[in-house]
Write a protein that binds this ligand. Structure first.
Ligand SMILES: [Zn+2]
Length: 69
């Protein structure tokens, strides 16, 4: 079961809830102040790159090439 993160618009409390695949936002309330004014937070990809000086080059890994059929 997926875990959805929510943030309370009232007390800015961030909490996670274990809900089914299709959660009902209207039924979601803050775990701190029990406010219904919560917003779903889309968990973004954690791309934490350690600060290191290195030459970065943009190159797509084998993307392309003809062929068909
Ligand atoms: Zn709250």
């Amino acid at each position: 079961m997926p875990i959805y993160e929510y943030i309370c618009l009232k007390c800015s409390n961030k909490f996670a809830l274990l809900q089914s695949l299709y959660p009902v936002e209207s039924n979601t309330e803050c775990s701190k102040c029990s406010s219904k004014e919560v917003k779903k937070v889309i968990s973004s990809f954690s791309c934490t790159s350690s600060g290191s000086s290195s030459s970065s080059s943009m190159s797509a890994p084998g993307f392309g090439g003809g062929g068909g059929g």
